[in-house]
Design a protein around this ligand. Sequence first.
Ligand code: PMP
Length: 443
Amino acid sequence: LIELDRAHLIHPVASYRGHEKLGVRVLKSASGATVTDATGRQLLDGFAGLWCVNAGYGHESIVQAAARQMRELAYATGYFGLGSEPAIRLAAELAQRAPGDLNHVYFSLGGSDAVDSTVRFVRYYWHAKGEPRRDQFISIEQGYHGSSTVGAGLTALPAFHAGFGVPYDWQHKIPSPYPYRNPVGEDAAAIIASSLAALEAKIESVGADRIASFYAEPIQGSGGVIVPPRGWIKALRDLCSRHGILFIADEVITGFGRTGPLFACSEDDIVPDFMTTAKGLTSGYAPMGAVFMSDKVYDVIADGAGNAAVGHGQTYSGHPVSAAVGLAVLNLYEDGLLDNGVRAGRRLMAGLESLRDHPLVGDVRGRGMLAAIELVIDKEKKIPLPAAADPSRRIFDRAWENGLVVRAFAQGVIGYAPPLCCTESEIDAMIERTRKTLDQTLD
Ligand code: PMP
């Protein structure tokens, strides 16, 4: 498999970081929070795949729902006024649970095209409102909004820009709130004030009547699990409202119980104009994303019969098998999975806090089952691990040897997003294996 992989399979991103020289790690099977590789080695998945397998692996009710749907109706397009029962029911169930008036759902195939879809919907909205000059988009440094070309431009991670001619000149950024490394320090009020000032300044320089929308993740995931202070997103949302700027909450990671509730926006007490989701929607069992749209936006861009008047859509939008999976997963969330996630999340945060005494651990942060530790060589001065030693690669490898899958970010941040079904003893084992990995990283 390793030979065939090396010869024929492209691993996006990973192939550029030397993985192809070392060979791929092949997973063979999985159950709950445990994955088994092709050699039979078992590991605890501290990252739920790629922050997505919230329900854990091998869940029979999800398997049954997919099989049933494949037998009954394997495919139906969402185009041309056609549809399928699971897609319609899932949209209705989601709308019922979404914050405020986010009553309309467009199904994408994942997170990147969910974000892409919002860019098109937003542009159409302003055209329909007679304000086509509103064509400028703002997002945040360290943010991640997918790897489509447009999404990569909203994304603020340099690896996604190099050589692609993005960000486009209509894509602007403001600094990340990043409490651990914020020039204004870690005080919540100061961080919120500085983000507001940065957004005000950007609005002024670009022109308030030119800005179409603003994108924010409630917690910045791929940028290193950056947890803004409480009240931060609400303050930014209010500022956008005052300027008539559409606010898009990218909940591709935070949605579906990752931070505790079904949606982080509810906890943060905001109703965005759009909310993008994917990952936990189907818990990774089938590809699907969902864009939520408010009544206010929908009334402008749709013709009232449910057919959004935008030339946009894909063959697999609203795929009935993915939708059936989504319905089965939603049942699980409400049948104890969210509650278990909250309990396990408390254990995870307490466990990670207990690592603060380790000489390498500079910061511990997170909410619910979304967390990270940031490693430094000098806690006082917050000096990062030397990049030359490729710390993230080494940490990932050592954790793997210790039976733990984590995400190691380039800057020496180790990310955690375990399945919400984890038991407390599985969480404890993840912490113990992390400590062992950190001790070896000191060597
Ligand atoms: N937005 C956010 C906030 C994400 O974290 C991601 C994926 N990590 C995406 C969009 C893109 O999702 P996908 O990889 O499913 O295309």
